[in-house]
Design a protein around this ligand. Sequence first.
Ligand SMILES: Cc1ncc(COP(=O)(O)O)c(C=O)c1O
Length: 376
Amino acid sequence: MKTEKEQQVKHIPLLDLKEQYRSVRSEIDEAVKRVIDEQNFIMGEDVKLLEKEVAAYCGARFGVGLSSGTDALILALKAIGIKEGDEVITTPFTFIATAGAITNAGAKPVFCDIELKTYNISPEEIKKKITKRTKAIIPVHLYGQCADMDEILKIAKENDLKVIEDAAQAIGASYKGCKAGSMGDIGCISFFPSKNLGAFGDGGMVVTNNKELADLISILRVHGSSSRYVHSVIGTNSRLDNLQAAILRVKLKYLDSWAKKRQQNADIYNDLFKGTDIVTPYTPPHNIHVYHQYVIKVDKPHRDALIERLVKSGIESRVYYPIPLHLQKCYQFLGYKTGDLPNSEAASGSVMALPVYPELSREDILRVVKVISSFR
Ligand SMILES: Cc1ncc(COP(=O)(O)O)c(C=O)c1O
């Protein structure tokens, strides 16, 4: 049993990738060595195999490995024909990449408010944002739980819109039994190192059931060429490294067991926070949450002071996301103002993520909750 003083000095990070690496080190080192021995770094066999394995894992027919989740979004938008003058509806309560991809594809992001309980885009609000120019919707499965896809797909069908799922944070999550990324026209996944399935650098993938879209994205990622030096469309270089694919193939085998640990950790937090004024994550019964982040709600200025208090106790936490995208400087030109999307603004002022990574111990969680509960 450690003394109180010893416990206090132990640092609890938001994520411990070193600990995860230690647990699969020999397999990963072997995979890396194999790729180095083969010296086949670009579009190798591991990329092809990972595409099949991730697609199967997500319940989709095709996967196309890409250099990041951001490129997955951009190429998905290009593949469905998004161009200048088009509008794409999305949430402002997400990482900048979601909206940035829309802008980089030449279109206009139209920000739509979220549901306060799940932090995901509100289908009711989507309906109000549809215009003659709207071509697609990008719901983001924030923190590791799916948006209300039945409603979103229904609205899309009624209005002849495409749906690109931003599943960057949600690989393995499910909605009514369907995996994140498999429900819309295209699903976009990020393998950024801190994601639930993280590479040793950047990486991403699109998954889809549509062969034409998969084929087009496969061409777009290699300079628009279907055979060497023959270019049917203008593409870019957005390939996934074979080395990353080999690492990800090892990690994919453990993804479900890691998600289970995250869910168990979330359950411990939920139990310990019962009866306190901390608002714990809400998961509708049809959702399986993979807790990329475990996010609580605490009103500002209380929240910012609490984060400071946790820092003093050696505990990391973070606000995802402190400024909703419609109020970011880079989107000033769209003309939004404070008060336009109240739920997103309220969430930005009150959420904070606590450590929930698989290797976190019960003792660590107890310590986090103790600091939070004693804070007044
Ligand atoms: C919701 C969301 N969309 C898109 C991305 C972009 O992914 P990447 O960092 O792999 O480009 C991220 C990752 O950071 C994300 O969290």
